[in-house]
Design a protein. Structure first.
Length: 362
């Protein structure tokens, strides 16, 4: 083990001594992968527990959205999507199965790939992701407008992270979708924070009394973030700190934020596991109505419950760890997923299944 990493681990152990139980939630699927791929829970003191939160945009996409996309595919409309989405089950099928049955479903690596398809045929790009993805999608919409590619349409279910975290940790009276008890710190997402900036989390740190640290993606970044959180908790003063200093600024990426603001407007959004979260969605502004699949095709995203026995909602909120789901590793596996958390590369269940040798935190 690297000497610098050993020093960080020793600092965590020293600072955590006497603190009592501390749960720290990471809200980024890439962070979750780093944590379990490297067995980080196994080197932490027993009173420090890492739990996963709503950090996977594919996982928080509701089933009703998949069903609506399937209806488009069944009408003969070409669907362009990022790879993880094709295997996510809807209420009766998936885009992967629709493709096998003859639907024109294409996996793309960039929204600009969908623009190239629109030069030849009508195509709907599935806009799934947080602020990081929303910026390049907004750029694609702007380019479609400039080139008058009216055969390009966007079906947006883009979501923004801060309102969801507020709904999780500062829920309104009577809410049932709250975070698990004992979460005292957040490892905030690195990529999202590059766009929105550190200041976006300050209300959360102040109102929910959470120690927040924005971290990079190497194991030493995660451990450093844990150390910074533990030090905050020991000091009794919670705030937002940046470990990922090379990329994250206080104000974020203003050019990207302006692009998002130009193309999208805020709206309420349905999150799997959290329900309806006001102000957490991004829909196309009226100016871009001709490129909005919901408007053009009259799409309705209906509320559809999760499959019987699926506990993705509890996993997404960090209420249970994936191995605690009764379906995990039995009927729900990467080759036969029941819920999206076992599909996405950033899904908590897929990550824990992949690195299931590391079982210390359950």
């Amino acid at each position: 083990m690297d000497a610098a990493v050993e020093r960080i681990i020793e600092s965590i152990r020293r600072e955590a001594d006497g603190l009592g139980p501390v749960r720290i939630m990471e809200v980024c699927g890439t962070h979750a992968d780093t944590i379990h791929r490297n067995g980080i829970p196994s080197v932490l003191p027993p009173n420090i527990q890492l739990v996963s939160g709503p950090g996977c945009p594919v996982c928080v996409t509701p089933r009703g959205y998949i069903d609506a996309a399937l209806r488009l595919a069944e009408r003969g409309i070409t669907i362009a999507t990022f790879g993880d989405m094709v295997r996510v089950p809807g209420s009766r099928s998936s885009l992967e199965r629709a493709k096998a049955n003859g639907a024109d479903v294409r996996v793309v690596y960039s929204p600009k790939d969908a623009l190239r398809i629109a030069e030849e045929r009508e195509v709907v790009f599935l806009g799934v992701g947080f602020e990081t993805t929303a910026a390049p999608v907004a750029a694609a919409v702007m380019e479609a407008e400039r080139r008058r590619l009216r055969r390009f349409r966007l079906f947006s279910t883009h979501k923004t992270v801060p309102p969801a975290l507020a709904a999780l940790f500062i829920p309104p009276a009577g809410a049932v979708n709250a975070a698990p008890a004992g979460v005292k710190g957040l490892i905030c997402p690195g990529h999202v924070s590059v766009i929105i900036g550190a200041k976006a989390y300050r209300p959360l740190a102040a109102d929910a009394k959470l120690a927040c640290v924005i971290a990079g993606f190497e194991p030493e970044d995660i451990l450093a973030a844990v150390m910074m959180i533990v030090r905050q908790l020991r000091s009794g003063a919670t705030r937002v700190e940046v470990e990922y200093r090379s990329w994250v600024k206080d104000d974020g990426n203003q050019a990207a934020l302006q692009l998002i603001e130009t193309v999208f407007e805020e709206c309420g959004a349905e999150w799997r596991g959290l329900g309806s979260v006001p102000g957490s969605g991004l829909r196309l502004r009226e100016r871009f109505a001709d490129y909005d699949a919901e408007r053009v095709y009259g799409l309705a995203v209906e509320s559809v419950p999760d499959p019987a026995g699926c506990q993705c909602a509890e996993v997404i909120r960090g209420v249970i760890a994936p191995p605690e789901c009764t379906l995990f590793g039995k009927v729900c596996r990467p080759d036969s997923p029941i819920g999206p958390c076992m599909v996405s590369a950033e899904g908590s269940c897929a990550i824990r299944y992949k690195y299931r040798i590391h079982r210390r935190v359950t």
